[in-house]
Structure formats: C-alpha cells, structure tokens
Design a protein around this ligand. Sequence first.
Ligand code: TUI
Length: 314
Amino acid sequence: MNKGIIAELLGIEYPVFQGGMAWIADAELAAAVSEAGGLGIIAAGNADGDYVKAQIRKAKELTHKPFGVNIMLLSPFADDVAKIVAEEKVKVVTTGAGNPSKYMKEWLAADIKVIPVVPSVAMAKLAERAGAAAVIAEGGESGGHIGELTTMALVPQVCDAVSIPVVAAGGIADGRGVAAALALGAKAVQLGTRFLVAEECNIHENYKARILKAGDTATAVTGRRLGHPVRSIRNQFTRQYAKIEYTDISDDELEEYAAGSLRLAVQEGDEKNGCFLSGQIAGLVTKKESCREIVQSLVSEAEKIIGGLEQWVK
Ligand code: TUI
C-alpha cells in the first residue's frame, strides 16, 4: 500500500516517526520501530561520538530498514556526531534544540535526508532554504525541550509557509491525534510519549509507571529562565526547580541543579530527583505494548477516522 510522500521519500511503510528522545531512544527502540514499518530514531542527546557510532552499528545489525539519528544541537558533542552520521551514511537525520544550517552541506553531500524540528514558521523557512527534505513542526505539548506554540497553531501555519512535507509532533498519542495532524496538513507524525512505555524501550520501570499513571495535568515546564524550557512529570525535582528558578541563584547554579536529572530518571528511576520527560498527552498512554502494536494501532485507528491514509499523505 502506498503510504504517501514521506514514506516514499524515506523508504518506510507508515508515516510514523518515533521521536529521538535523549538518553532514551537507543538502537533497540529505533530498530523495533523501523521493523514495525515506522521510522525509528536513535537519540544522540548529550552522548559522545563513540556512543552514537556504536548505537548506529547496533541498529544496522538489528534492522535492514531505514532508521534515523536525532542530533541535539545544544550537545557539546554535536560537531563530532554530525561527522559520524555522515561517515556512517545514516539515511535520515533529525535535529532538535537549534539551527542545523552549519551542518547541512556536509549532510546533503552524504545523501542524508535532513529533517529539522522547527518551533516556528521562520525556522521552517530557514530549514527549507538550507535543503531540508521535510520539517518536524513540534508544538509545546511535547515532552522535553519545547517551543512557544501549540501543535494546533504551529502545524497549519508551517504547512502554508513551506512546500516541503511537514511532520506534526506534540500532543499525539493515538489514531485521533494522527487523523487531526493530517487534517491540519501534516504528511506524517512523530510521537515520543507513547513509545516510552513500549516493550522495547529500555528505561527504568519507575519511569514507565510514572507515564502510565499520569493524567492530563501531570506535567510542568522548568527552565524558562535559562531559555531552554523543558516539560516533564511534576515531582520533587520540578517543584524544587520552580522554587529556585526566579530567586537570585546564578544561571550556572541553576544549570548545575538540573544537570544529570534526566539520567537519574531514565537509568535509576529516581522519583524524587529525576526529570521524567513527558508530553501532555501522557494521560492517553495506559498500556505497555510492542512497537509493532503501537504503529499498527495508530494507523488502523486513523484510517477508521479519515479513510485510507493514502489520500491524506500523498
Ligand atoms: O529537542 C527537543 N527536545 C529535547 S532536547 C532535550 S535534551 C535538553 N536538556 C536540557 C536542555 C535542553 C535540552 C530534551 N528534549 N525537541 C525538538 C525541539 N527543537 N523543540 C524545540 C526545538 C527548537 C527550538 C529552537 C528548534 C530550533 C530552535 O531554534 C532556535 C534558534 O533560533 O536557533
């Protein structure tokens, strides 16, 4: 079945991306999503080049289907990782938390499809001019580092502003969200929170339990003062951060307070001091499933609502 312009462009079966979640999206998760017909994405996060290279090699062993690598542009290792994805001839690179322009030439020369996350129309236009194959318009309902606009407002405005395909992200966790995104003009979707509880997602069980019991108002945003707002599940970490954020604490001390909190959540399951990144849609995520079940149910639910996907994503 022809699943449209994005699937064709990337050689995948369904227009469903798994978000490149820092510390979380490893080769096993990415390969499982790609094997299920979506686009699995390894997160480079703040990891060094050796780690990312090893994850790429592992994913190549686990699947022959296309997968991507997400480069978090605030990482001190972004330059190294940018080189490695070109050397390893990764099919798709997504970027987050910044402007990837300085790497575009090298990536395009390596025949990589570059798909930046954009929080605004201006960034989407910039990405298109720089040679992006598509853009991911991510609304502030997402977990992790977020922009100002909501998915509902951002996606149609980006769709009207660029002629490359748009992938919608933020606040999508089931077939209704997929159908809504396509109705706004997107040609594909990216989900993070729903994949957190996938059987193939190697995070601490406490993290999965947090997501499974989260309701609609479970998340909060920290880090606005430093210019890097981050959405995560409310807990002692977010409450303490909120308490000190607008005191006379220095930027360095504030940064120091948050340093390591994501690792504590993902690897230690530290309910008090961990930063459990999550989107606002966590309330819809109520059961553990395989990546295959997740991808299949997203597609079949969306098809029930809007008919065959093909006519929406062509
Ligand atoms: O990048 C994400 N989500 C993330 S990155 C991350 S690790 C982190 N930890 C602490 C502080 C910051 C990051 C956890 N979650 N999503 C994609 C995304 N990109 N959302 C928003 C943006 C974005 C923001 C500004 C993209 C481009 C941009 O451009 C600004 C400019 O003008 O350069």
